[in-house]
Every structure is written in structure tokens, then in C-alpha cells.
Design a protein around this ligand. Structure first.
Ligand code: KIV
Ligand code: ZN
Length: 516
């Protein structure tokens, strides 16, 4: 093996599986396919496309992603039972490079409380599940859920059994985000040196961010011998999220002097991936987020600005271009035609079908009429809002609102539900309440509660587009919808309706929640 192979870190992206388990996140099939295509462009090695047995929708998503990926390995998660593994394989078997990813918990707490199994029974389950998966698929990953709270001797025995049963990748997750860089690295060193057949598998990290240490822990495990990392775009995931793929990739690139490892990540695709994921999930990226936040390359103080003008390396350890963050620029105006709009979309990495382009162009013209200057951020909000919603069952057709200090505030709303237009007129305690009452009247959803209503301006100026986020919760499930428009109330209706569409997708999922 050359030193390049030895130091090659495989990137296993789990945005579509663990990332989608973020509270409030869910993606429909079309959105998942767009994300998968962008993940391939980003150069990830493995795409975990879902948890095939979790729902019909997850099964279809794994199958569809498996069918479109021609470079990346496509994985499906499966618990340690035959039904899970067979379902994963049924979804994956059309893939050019399939992987079954099976897992079982190994910590005393999980084995007792969650699985009600003795350690010996867990070892037997590993033997059975990994063996069955390997009979179906040549590429099998096994994960020791809650590895960081497992007994080290038992963990070593479990890993040895998994490798002997046919696992080619061994993942040691920090499921609850409990590890520190020192303890996580030490666990890998311990397992890799003590397990006799460790050289027959690639070791993988999987870190959650409960203590804000997910990326640091991941890097520590690489230094200790891990050669695969599991991560998500923007770090989305259960609770405080997973390790962020863009942070790991750029840390390895920028600090190659102290971490001499390579990944296949095409760093200039990072911003595009980040924007797409935040657009389809509605999870906005915080402004000061490393690498992809709006302020990641912004310089406020005079001293910093002066230094930047003289030489950007005074205050920047990487350039915005290197992560695909171009400077914000004025793009198009109301006289711009189809060709200019098409070439702007291509430059920003959007690849739209003819119908999608037609819809987006109409929205762009309306926006350019309403707003003097159209910026890149406007185009992103517009495309995310219009195009990715094209197949939603419920669509906002028309919004009319009466508001002001002399109530009552009223709304007249027309929705299209499965292609049929319906209208309601309602009152409310303010225009937003009136509007949401109209939605409730047209699409009753008594069990769902509105947990968040948030407005932010996409760009500066009083003519800026408003981007509204709405979180709806129903029976322990929560979904986030977003909508953008220069009229805040139209954006509000679109956000609420987007959340309702996502709720319908989520209702299709079973109550499976075993995997973190
Ligand atoms: O966090 C975790 O342990 C997981 C496993 C299922 C890999 O997501
Ligand atoms: Zn996880």
C-alpha cells in the first residue's frame, strides 16, 4: 500500500440518514435525489441514503439514490435483525456499489435497557446480522452503537466477531456526544492494537456534537488510525447534530502540515452543498458557522479590513473561493432575459429541468419587478422556495390579507390541494394568525402545534425578500417549513404550507427511532 492510500480518508456522508433525523428535518424523494447528486459532485465516497425499513419513503429514497449514483458507494442502515438487513438489500441491490450498514448497541446501558440482551446475546446477534449481510453484499459496515460508553474489553470482542463474520468497515460511534478528543482517539488506538484481525477492516468515526466536540473528536480518531469519517453537511443531525463534513475536509486541507491525510472532497462544491441542504431541510446555517456561515469570510473591524486589503492571508487561513463562496454580487435586473438567468443558475450550480426553469424564471421576473436589485442570495431563496417545492401536494395559489390598527384582521387564501383549488376566508388575532387559520380550515390538522414562527430578511433593504421558517410538531414528530417572498405574509403562507407537506411525508414514516 502506498502512503497515499494509507493516508486516504474516506468520507461517509450521512446527511440523508442521520442528518434527516434532525428535529424538524425531512426531505422528500426529489429533494433527496438533488442532495445525493450534489454529494457526488462534492466527492464524498459513501452516501448513506436512508434506513430502508423505516418507511416506504425511506425504502424508495435508498433505491432511487442507489440508481443514480455512479461513483459513490450507497449505503442503507439496518438493525441487527433479518427483516432489516433483507429490506436494506432489497433497496440497494440496483446500486453499482452497495453497502449494508448494520448496527447494534454494545454499551451496558443500551444492552440492558434498550435491547434487554446479555453481552453474549449481543455477540450472537453480531455474528448473525453481519454474516447474513455479507452473504448478500460484499461491502458490509458494522457499527457498535454507543461505543464510547462500552466496556473496552467487550468492545474489542464485539469488533473481532464482526470482522470475523465479514464486516469490511468497523464504525465506533460516539452516539451521545460524550467523548473528548483524547478519549475518542485512545479508544481507536486501543481497539486497533488489541483486536487480532483489526488489519482486515477500515475503522470509521461517527461523532455527535452534544459537547461541541464532534469535529475535534473525528480528527483525533484519524490521528489514531481511523480511515473513514461519518459526517453531515452543515453538521445537521440528531440533537446537537453530527460532525460537519465541510469542517473536517477543510481542517484536513488547511492543516495538512500537521494532519497529512487526503480526502476526495472537491472543496469548491462545499458552499453549494451547504446551501442546498439548508434549502431543502429549512435548517438555516448560523451566520458564524465555520466554513459555510454568512460571516465566515466577513471582516468587520477596521484593523482587519486594512490587513485584508494589503494581503488577505493576514486574516484568512483559506480563501472564500476555495470553499465555493464567491463574493456577494449584484446579478440580474428586471431587463435580464432567459439566457442571462439560465447562465446565472448554471454558474451557481443549479441544474434545472425545463419545467423547473420555467417556474423559476417566472418567479425571478416577479421578484425583479418587486425589487430593484437581485442578489445571489435572492436567487438561492427563490430556487429553493419555488423549484424544490414543485411536486408538493399542497401549494399556495393566492393570498389576500387585510391588516392594520383597526381590526379585525382577515385573510382570504386559495390553496391547490392535489391540483384542486379551494378558498377560505378567516379572521385572526393579527394577519399571520388570520392566514394560518385559513390554512387550518382548508387542511385540518388539529393534532399539529405551531412551535416556531420566525422571519428573517434574505438581504438588506426594505424591499428585501423575507424568509420565514415555521416548525410544526405532531405526536412527537416535528417538521420545519420555509418560504420566501418580498411580501412577508405570502412567505408566511408558503412556509406553513411547506411544513404541512413535510408533515405528510413524515406521517408516512414508522415510529422507528432506534438509530442516532
Ligand atoms: O449515532 C449512532 O450511533 C448512529 C449509528 C446507527 C451509526 O447513528
Ligand atoms: Zn448517529
Amino acid at each position: 500500500m502506498t502512503s497515499i492510500d494509507k493516508n486516504r480518508i474516506r468520507i461517509f456522508d450521512t446527511t440523508l440518514r442521520d442528518g434527516e433525523q434532525s428535529p424538524g428535518c425531512s426531505m422528500n424523494l426529489e429533494e433527496k435525489l438533488k442532495v445525493a447528486a450534489q454529494l457526488e459532485a462534492l466527492g464524498v465516497d459513501i452516501i448513506e441514503a436512508g434506513f430502508a425499513i423505516a418507511s416506504e419513503g425511506d425504502f424508495e429514497a435508498v433505491q432511487a439514490v442507489a440508481n443514480i449514483c455512479d461513483k459513490a458507494i450507497v449505503a442503507s442502515l439496518a438493525r441487527a435483525g433479518a427483516a432489516d438487513i433483507e429490506r436494506a438489500w432489497a433497496a440497494l441491490k440496483g446500486a453499482r456499489n452497495p453497502r449494508i450498514h448494520t448496527f447494534i448497541a454494545t454499551s451496558p446501558l443500551h444492552m440492558k435497557v434498550k435491547l434487554n440482551k446479555s453481552p453474549e446475546e449481543v455477540l450472537e446477534a453480531i455474528r448473525f446480522s453481519v454474516g447474513l449481510a455479507r452473504n448478500l453484499c460484499p461491502d458490509v459496515e458494522w457499527s457498535a452503537e454507543d461505543a464510547t460508553r462500552s466496556d473496552p474489553d467487550f468492545l474489542c470482542r464485539a469488533v473481532e466477531v464482526a470482522i470475523r463474520s465479514g464486516a469490511t468497515t468497523i464504525n465506533l460511534p460516539d452516539t451521545v456526544g460524550y467523548a473528548t478528543p483524547e478519549t475518542y482517539g485512545a479508544m481507536f488506538r486501543d481497539v486497533i492494537t488489541r483486536v487480532p484481525n483489526a488489519d482486515q477492516a477500515i475503522f470509521s468515526t461517527h461523532c455527535h456534537n452534544d459537547l461541541g466536540l464532534a469535529v475535534a473528536n473525528t480528527l483525533s480518531a484519524i490521528m489514531a488510525g481511523a480511515r473513514q469519517v461519518e459526517a453531515t453537511v452543515n453538521g445537521i443531525g440528531e440533537r446537537a447534530g453530527n460532525a460537519a463534513v465541510e469542517e473536517i475536509a477543510m481542517a484536513l486541507k488547511v492543516r495538512h502540515d500537521v494532519m497529512p491525510y487526503q480526502t476526495g472532497i472537491v472543496s469548491t462544491e462545499i458552499t453549494r452543498a451547504s446551501r442546498l441542504v439548508s434549502g431543502v431541510t429549512g435548517m438555516q446555517v448560523q451566520a458564524n458557522k465555520a466554513i459555510v456561515g454568512a460571516n465566515a469570510f466577513a471582516h468587520e473591524s477596521g484593523i482587519h479590513q486594512d490587513g485584508m486589503l494589503k494581503d488577505s492571508s493576514t486574516y484568512e487561513i483559506m480563501t472564500p473561493d476555495s470553499v465555493g463562496q464567491g463574493a456577494t454580487n449584484l446579478v440580474l435586473g428586471k431587463h435580464s432575459g432567459r439566457a442571462a438567468f439560465r447562465s446565472k443558475l448554471a454558474e451557481m450550480g443549479y441544474d434545472l429541468s425545463d419545467n423547473e426553469f420555467g417556474d423559476a424564471f417566472k418567479r425571478f421576473k416577479d421578484l425583479a419587478d418587486a425589487k430593484k436589485q437581485v442578489f445571489d442570495e435572492d436567487i438561492v431563496a427563490l430556487v429553493d422556495d419555488e423549484v424544490l417545492r414543485g411536486h408538493d401536494r399542497i401549494q399556495v395559489v393566492e393570498v389576500e390579507v387585510y391588516c392594520g390598527s383597526n381590526g379585525p384582521q382577515r385573510a382570504i387564501l386559495t390553496l391547490s390541494i392535489d391540483g384542486e383549488e379551494v378558498t377560505a376566508a378567516t379572521r385572526g388575532n393579527g394577519p399571520v394568525d388570520a392566514l394560518f387559520n385559513a390554512i387550518r380550515k382548508l387542511v385540518p390538522h388539529d393534532d399539529a402545534v405551531l412551535n416556531l414562527y420566525q422571519v428573517h430578511a434574505v438581504t438588506a433593504g426594505t424591499d428585501a425578500q423575507a424568509e420565514v421558517s415555521v416548525v410544526l410538531a405532531e405526536n412527537g414528530r416535528s417538521v420545519r417549513g420555509t418560504g420566501a417572498h418580498t411580501d412577508t405574509l405570502v412567505a408566511s403562507a408558503r412556509a406553513y404550507v411547506n411544513a404541512l407537506n413535510k408533515l405528510m411525508v413524515k406521517r408516512g414514516k414508522s415510529a422507528l427511532s432506534a438509530a442516532g
